[in-house]
Ligand binder design. Structure first.
Ligand code: HEM
Length: 454
């Protein structure tokens, strides 16, 4: 009996030490400024769960560029907005700060564990060396007809909705993700989702996967207890069925591209072509290629769709910006039926400002997460290896010390202001991140966004 009691006390003592005493009173991180912890179990989670971007902005203002926060069971994390540290983490010493995922298990299920965003160190360098030269404007220019056609399609559907039903309001949030999914299908791997008219098998599987409602607690617990995903429920069945369908179709797409005698100008074809010319030890393996399909699908459509949705919101709220943009576009495109060329789109300087401004005020990726692979010293504090590090893009993009007192306003003209231009760096404008892990599809997003707005 006494042994049981000792065991129970030892367990309670261990839990108290690991999840309360050590993180809050003994860890070297305790010296870093932090708001008081309001929940023994959830740390700062309740506070951060609500409007996270604004909560981070508030913390930075109050505590500075390096702030300690506590996640579930008080596990410490750092919020880093100090520009020198941001530069070190994502640009100069990027490979010493690998990506951190709240649930690596779920991410691996979803995109596979060999795609570029999960690859680390030398594997990432090798994958990036192959893929980087393919995501250029030269290749993206060839995709312009896909963007133009998608833009016309979107316009036709909206005109029909407004015209027939005489509606004053139409819902735009349903259609934009469908259009960007269709675009990445064609530009990414010559696959027709046709998601505005009918749901293809892949589109159904993809939507059923991303539409799954998963509680944040489940996301955390699944890394500790991966078997939770194997318990048969309607949600886990839907989860595995969708993953299986996506994997089967990705496999079919890759096999088709590999066997094709004439290859197109989509990213997968370009990758397969480049890959074949490399010595075997440098090539992407079959399963690495397989993972890139899901990678492009996820990276390449949710983000652009979010940016397009926000820009339409801000244009609706700011008719003066809308008028100025329309005027600029009409000056270049006198004939509405003329198909825009890359050079014409490139002339539209105010459109460029609108693009940059919407990604500043509403960045589709509002937070970058990393951890330090070895012990570090940051601003004089010792950071034990393995500490989760968060770079709050949204909060940095709303910092008045960089963007001025109107940081909260949608003001594309700020990008014409030489003072603001001189302050913008790769450590404070992070819509596409920066350094070796910066967005691979930035140029595509750029041209796709602008073409759809025309
Ligand atoms: C407005 C649109 C987009 C935004 C704001 C955006 C933003 C980002 C950001 C911030 C990252 C870095 C993530 C991190 O380090 O954790 C990233 C990575 C990535 N993006 Fe994008 N993205 C966009 C569109 C696209 C498109 C269209 C594609 C594909 C065609 C794409 C493919 C990727 C890939 C493959 C990575 C991983 C790169 C690596 O780890 O080396 N993105 N994106």
């Amino acid at each position: 009996m006494n042994y049981y009691l000792v065991a129970i006390f030892a367990l309670i003592g261990y839990v108290l030490y690991k999840f309360y005493i050590y993180p809050l009173y003994l860890s070297p991180l305790r010296k870093i400024p932090s708001p008081s912890v309001d929940s023994f179990i959830f740390g700062h989670y309740a506070f951060l769960n609500n409007k996270q971007g604004e909560a981070f902005a508030h913390l930075i203002k109050q505590y500075g560029g390096l702030v300690r926060l506590h996640a579930f069971l008080n596990q410490p994390q750092l919020l880093i907005s100090d520009q020198k540290l941001v530069q070190q983490i994502i640009v100069t010493h990027s490979y010493e700060f690998p990506s951190y995922f709240l649930s690596e298990t779920l991410v691996k299920d979803l995109v596979g564990d060999e795609g570029i965003s999960l690859a680390q160190g030398d594997v990432h360098k090798r994958q990036r060396k192959i893929m980087n030269p393919l995501f250029t404007f030269a290749n993206v220019k060839g995709m312009l007809p896909i963007f133009v056609q998608a833009g016309h399609h979107l316009k036709d559907i909206w005109i029909k909705q407004i015209g027939n039903k005489k509606e004053e309001r139409i819902t735009i949030t349903d259609l934009i993700p469908k259009i960007t999914l269709d675009i990445i299908g064609l530009a990414g791997f010559n696959y027709e989702f046709n998601s505005t008219t009918s749901d293809s098998e892949l589109s159904q599987a993809y939507h059923s996967l991303v539409g799954l409602k998963v509680s944040p607690l489940y996301v955390i617990l699944v890394d500790f207890f991966p078997f939770l995903r194997k318990i048969q429920t309607s949600s886990t069945n839907q989860y595995w069925d969708s993953i299986k369908t996506i994997n089967n179709i990705s496999e079919k797409i890759i096999t088709e591209q590999k066997n094709a005698t004439i290859r197109g100008n989509n990213f997968l074809s370009l990758i397969v072509n480049a890959n074949e010319k490399l010595p075997v030890y440098e090539q992407l393996t079959h399963s690495e290629l397989h993972c890139q399909v899901m990678q492009l699908l996820i990276g390449g459509h949710e983000t652009t769709s979010t940016a397009l949705t926000w820009v339409l919101y801000y244009l609706a709220k700011n008719p003066d910006v809308q008028d100025r943009l329309r005027k600029e576009i009409l000056e270049v495109f006198i004939d509405c039926n003329h198909s825009p060329t890359f050079d014409e789109i490139d002339q539209l300087k105010y459109l460029e400002c609108v693009f940059k401004e919407v990604l500043r005020i509403a960045p589709p990726v509002p937070l970058l997460t990393r951890y330090n692979a070895k012990d570090e010293v940051m601003n004089g504090y010792v950071i034990p290896k393995g500490t989760p590090l968060m770079i709050p893009i949204y909060a940095i993009h709303h910092d008045p010390s960089i963007w001025g007192d109107d940081a909260e306003d949608f003001n594309p003209s700020r990008w014409l202001d030489p003072e603001i231009k001189s302050k913008v760096t790769s450590s404070n404008y992070l819509a596409f991140s920066a350094g070796p892990r910066s967005c691979l599809g930035m140029k595509m997003a750029h041209l796709e966004f602008k073409t759809l707005l025309l």
